[in-house]
Design a protein around this ligand. Sequence first.
Ligand code: HEM
Length: 299
Amino acid sequence: QLSSTFYSSSCPSVFTTVRSAVSSALQSDPRAGAKLLRLFFHDCFAQGCDGSVLLDDTPTFTGEKTAVPNANSLGGFDVIDSIKASLEISCPKTVSCADIVSIAARDGVVLAGGPTWNVELGRRDSTTASFSQASNLPGPQLTASQLINVFQAQGLNTNDLVALSGAHTFGKAQCNRFQSRLFNFNNSGAPDPSLDASLLSTLQSICPTASTTLVDLDQGTPVTFDSQYYKNLQLKRGLLTSDQTLANSTLTSRVVNTFTSQSAFFNQFTKSMIKMGKLGVLTGTQGQIRSKCGAINSS
Ligand code: HEM
């Protein structure tokens, strides 16, 4: 059972500490908020929102960080570590890494112009992480029906899927995640027909090969958290297969159309974030409060 007032007496400064750290991270990295939001998603989908994604590998332990969706891709760890270091001074052994990620994700959204919500708190940190559970994370080639199944396995429905995918309203992706759409889609010898011609030629020139070059997920308003993502999908300007499929499939297209209204999108997004934030949480005396987010406590 999580609660938005969990730290009201034990660490009242937690929200200002996180907000100012995310804000200062954004000064040097305009993608910081996007990285933190994605970090939360990747934490929650593999073994629950328990900070497991933050654990570093050791010689005898392989966690989630090096799994395919995360390796050379996931960011924001430095921001979480620095927030943790500040909180260990102001409120020692009190605030879990899993909760820090959940607040930082919210603040990344708010500071990019998105909606706010009361983050529910009281998660504890895992003492394990699961390399294999990282395969619960959806890949960028999935179709709408496959995405629906992946989200359903976590207890999330189609509205949650489409709303949470709206996170791709900011941040970037590497060419290698979508380059297969550009020249030889599904071995057809031609590009993906559901990709707008002018975006296709732009992307073909930026991504002649499946490189690690970064491209904005939202070509319209790349650093703003808004409903432009859904308008892009209607214009065949979604970047990943897993984005564009949401407008192409009758399973999801009506929800996409609904979320072109920013208030409808924001309303569902906040609800779906709270719901995702409850997946597989540890509470009470389960797990621990890590002193450093990258490692379990030594004693
Ligand atoms: C629906 C299935 C999803 C798929 C297949 C997917 C896949 C991806 C991929 C492939 C990237 C680019 C990674 C890279 O190139 O290194 C990415 C980036 C991103 N994803 Fe997703 N994602 C999904 C859902 C979500 C959800 C639910 C959220 C958060 C609520 C999210 C937030 C983000 C953000 C913010 C970025 C940009 C991160 C940055 O700039 O570093 N994604 N996603």
